[in-house]
Design a protein around this ligand. Structure first.
Ligand SMILES: CC(C)(COP(=O)(O)OP(=O)(O)OC[C@H]1O[C@@H](n2cnc3c(N)ncnc32)[C@H](O)[C@@H]1OP(=O)(O)O)[C@@H](O)C(=O)NCCC(=O)NCCS
Length: 148
């Protein structure tokens, strides 16, 4: 059986905190348990099945977090967001993020979403390549910022 067939996708739960902190640390090089604890808690109040994990032999190796818009930023509720997608570096380029993304989109479509937004820092080349491969185009929103 190839790796993709062994991957199990399920809803993200608070118990995945340690695994997500570990993946983030493997990617970023630093541990952010408080940040992820807050983010997972918030995700539990959001669209069910928009935040998922990928398990391989019982170990969480990747995750995706998102939501359906509730008209935030004037964005209609037919828009879904991807906040973050991450796969442990040891398991990258094996199709895991693709499966997480497809499953999340299928779930969001069931609640009426027909467009997905995401923000990527332009130097995050892995994510840019990934989203390009998933069919994303540059959108109409403008990111504004002000140093204070
Ligand atoms: C972006 C990310 C979520 C992709 O996860 P993934 O499971 O590796 O992605 P997939 O294997 O499903 O990739 C699907 C397609 O996206 C594209 N893609 C994904 N990562 C890519 C990369 N680094 N470079 C170029 N294309 C990439 C490819 O076309 C790929 O298909 P292919 O492998 O058949 O060519 C993952 O790389 C990630 O978490 N990156 C965060 C930053 C990071 O880890 N950097 C490395 C520091 S150690």
């Amino acid at each position: 059986m190839d790796l993709v067939e062994s991957v199990k996708i399920r809803a993200l739960a608070y118990g995945d905190l340690d695994a997500i902190v570990e993946i983030d640390k493997a990617i970023l090089g630093k541990e952010r348990p408080e940040y992820w604890s807050m983010k997972i808690e918030l995700s539990e109040n959001r669209s069910p099945m928009a935040s998922l994990v990928a398990e391989l032999n019982g170990k969480v190796v990747g995750f995706i977090m998102g939501d359906a818009s509730g008209w935030e930023y004037g964005v209609p509720d037919t828009v879904g967001w991807i906040d973050i997608v991450g796969v442990h570096p040891q398991y990258q380029r094996k199709g895991i993020a693709r499966i997480l993304f497809k499953e999340m989109v299928a779930n969001l479509k069931k609640v009426g979403v027909d467009t997905i937004y995401t923000l990527v820092t332009w130097k995050e080349f892995d994510r840019l390549y990934f989203f390009d491969k998933m069919g994303f185009q540059k959108g109409d929103m403008l990111q504004l910022e002000l140093k204070v």
